[in-house]
Design a protein around this ligand. Structure first.
Ligand code: PLP
Length: 289
């Protein structure tokens, strides 16, 4: 356990801009010395139970010996090396595991450095898929309201327009097709009217739409909206029927967060592209695929 020197909170307040707060009037920050299992230890001597696991990433708890040892072993070998034109065993073994545990039709892995960037990559893949077949009209995305897909620009453009403050960036953000957020709850009856409404959006827009992007089963940032798997199954069916790719953003839901290894399993569907991140490293470093 490493005990830091006293944390310079004055410097922090004056010079460090933390996420999701004002630069000029920041919210107070809690000085942390270390973390273990599910406990965060503060410099003041208090202990916090981290109920959100560092935004759903530290799924095995902090300081897990298996993860720590794997990281130390890797760093002693090499901490990082560019992946263009180079490969190594750690990457190959990780990607084998990813291919094995994700739905069978997903057989190719592209690694990236954060969840948001994996969403950017997924969007580029979807656009290229149509362009490579000479189809130039499919340049938009379709997505439900209340979604969250990250804070980079393309990812932000498919987040809920109100929550992610689209109005601040209007004119800069690409405009996509938003469909009603899922209403029928997980574990209740599915209202077929939702399926009919979705089909109207597909009918009207499919010629311009490259892909539909959705968080399977639970819209996390959008108020923890646990929705009916039939909504997802319906989206899958309509995507196939109307020639639209399906991107499932499992960055929050992946690795068992909803009771299945991946949330798409609740609806027995397979996406064309899946984004994973957060728990992929147990919160020990930033990596996505
Ligand atoms: C956290 C999250 C992202 C963004 O991942 P970052 O690693 O924070 O960039 C994207 N989509 C979902 C569903 C998320 O929960």
């Amino acid at each position: 356990m490493i005990k830091n020197n006293t944390i310079d909170l004055d410097f922090d307040r004056e010079h460090i801009w933390h996420p999701y707060t004002s630069m000029t009037k920041p919210i107070p920050v809690y000085p942390v010395t270390h973390a273990n299992h599910n406990i965060i230890y503060l410099e003041t001597g208090e202990q916090l139970i981290d109920g959100m696991a560092s935004w759903w990433s530290a799924i095995h708890g902090y300081n897990h010996p298996v993860i720590n040892n794997a990281m130390i072993e890797q760093i002693n070998n090499m901490s990082h090396i560019m992946f263009g034109g180079i490969t190594h065993n750690s990457a190959v073994e990780l990607c084998k595991k990813i291919v094995n545990i994700t739905p069978p039709s997903l057989t190719k892995v592209f690694l990236a450095d954060s969840g948001s960037v994996s969403v950017e990559v997924a969007i580029k893949m979807a656009l290229q898929y149509w362009l490579s077949q000479g189809i130039t009209t499919k340049q938009k995305l379709m997505t439900p309201y209340k979604g969250y897909h990250g804070d980079t620009f393309a990812a932000m453009s498919v987040c809920d327009p109100v929550n992610s403050m689209h109005s601040l960036y209007s004119g800069f953000l690409p405009e996509h097709v938003f469909v009603p957020a899922p209403v029928s709850k997980f574990g209740s009856e599915f209202n077929q009217a939702e399926a009919q409404e979705l089909e109207e959006y597909f009918k009207a827009n499919h010629n311009q739409v490259a892909a539909f992007i959705i968080e399977p089963i639970v819209q996390n940032a959008g108020g923890m909206n646990f929705y009916h798997p039939d909504y997802l199954a319906c989206v899958r069916k309509l995507c196939t029927q109307y020639n639209v790719l399906l991107i499932c953003d499992e960055i929050a839901t992946g690795f068992g967060r909803t009771g299945k290894l991946f949330a798409v399993e609740h609806a027995n569907i397979e996406p064309d592209i899946m984004c994973i991140g957060k728990a992929l490293t147990g919160g020990s470093m930033t990596l996505s695929a």
